[in-house]
Design a protein around this ligand. Structure first.
Ligand SMILES: Cc1cc2nc3c(=O)[nH]c(=O)nc-3n(C[C@H](O)[C@H](O)[C@H](O)COP(=O)(O)OP(=O)(O)OC[C@H]3O[C@@H](n4cnc5c(N)ncnc54)[C@H](O)[C@@H]3O)c2cc1C
Ligand code: FES
Length: 278
């Protein structure tokens, strides 16, 4: 989905708690319905770079859900406050203005296009990375494609977004054992990929770099096709600043904002990219 040129002013129409994260909703009156995997550059219309303070630049956010209606598209974003930009966005109140640019970047590839034998999708999310998988699960469900969902969190202070999945078949892992399997979400993936249907799976992952690298290595070892939704520091979001360039396995580079953020796992040697994730 191609973004209209320039930024436009959306209105915040909701902000609710979701575990230790927040979900805020913005009404985009003039934009298109985004595809799963795409992202937006966001900045509050007021109290953003006030008095010359940080942040100066908009911040990148995966779209976690989108509901087109008569008055525009309601966009949902899952936010974890980690610094000045995310803290401001997490505190947005209903009626406030939000500058948005997007939808930007590319989308996830349907399982059958990623892997011709794919019987369905396996979604692997870690921490705030669950956001982009929520809209992907909904879009897959709408298309009648089965998806197994594996989500992992560090501890209860870094967990949320489960209600965005709106399905009962989520397998959970947590490092502190507060929910689900005590350990990593990749432990769950490892068990799943040992099954008979491993070769017919298409894996989609988003989360911290170490998790993405574990998914990449596991899928490479077992010949499973995978797409990774990656992060890098993004100043512009549309290919101009080169701030988001990551190295490719063939020796070249890609700008994650225009050539990603969804990356085929075979295109990179490692998902441990400097400056990515938090
Ligand atoms: C494509 C994409 C999608 C994203 N989707 C979401 C989302 O759905 N929800 C969400 O809460 N966050 C998301 N992020 C991360 C979010 O953009 C950063 O957390 C945010 O820019 C930090 O800004 P800040 O001013 O709050 O903190 P800063 O003070 O700028 O940074 C705080 C910490 O976060 C790290 N950081 C800063 N920028 C980024 C970045 N772009 N990517 C990774 N780490 C960063 C820094 O190294 C530092 O450790 C996404 C990032 C990208 C690139
Ligand atoms: S964020 Fe500027 S080129 Fe990618």
């Amino acid at each position: 989905m191609i973004a209209p040129a320039g930024r436009r002013l959306a209105k915040v129409v909701g902000n609710r708690e979701s575990g230790s994260y927040r979900i805020f909703t913005a009404l985009d009156a003039d934009g298109p319905d985004p595809a799963a995997g795409q992202f937006y550059m966001l900045a509050a219309a007021d109290r953003w770079s006030a008095r010359g303070e940080r942040p100066y630049l908009p911040r990148a956010f995966a779209v976690a859900d989108a509901h087109p209606g008569g008055d525009g598209v309601r966009l949902e974003f899952l936010v974890e406050p980690v610094g000045p930009g995310t803290e401001r966005l997490a505190g947005m109140e209903t009626g406030e203005g939000l500058w948005i640019t997007g939808p930007l970047g590319g989308a996830f590839t349907p399982p059958r296009e990623l892997s011709p034998d794919a019987a369905g999708a396996v979604l692997v999310g870690g921490g705030i990375g669950v956001a982009t998988l929520a809209i992907w699960r909904r879009r897959l469900a709408a298309a009648g494609v089965p998806a197994r969902v594996l989500l992992g969190f560090r501890d209860s202070a870094h967990a949320g977004g489960l209600e965005l999945f709106d399905c009962s078949e989520i397998r959970l892992a947590s490092e502190d054992g507060h929910t689900g399997h005590r350990g990593y979400v990749t432990d769950l993936l490892s068990v799943l990929l040992q099954g008979d249907d491993a070769a017919t799976a298409a894996v989609y992952a988003c989360g911290p770099p170490a998790m993405l690298e574990a998914v990449r290595a596991m899928c490479a070892e077992r010949g499973v096709r995978a797409e990774l939704a990656m992060e890098a520091p993004m100043a512009c979001g549309f290919g101009a600043c080169m701030g988001c360039a990551i190295p490719l396995a063939d020796g070249g580079y890609m700008r994650l904002c225009v050539d990603g953020p969804v990356v085929s796992s075979t295109r990179i040697e490692t998902a441990l990219v400097a400056g990515s994730g938090h």
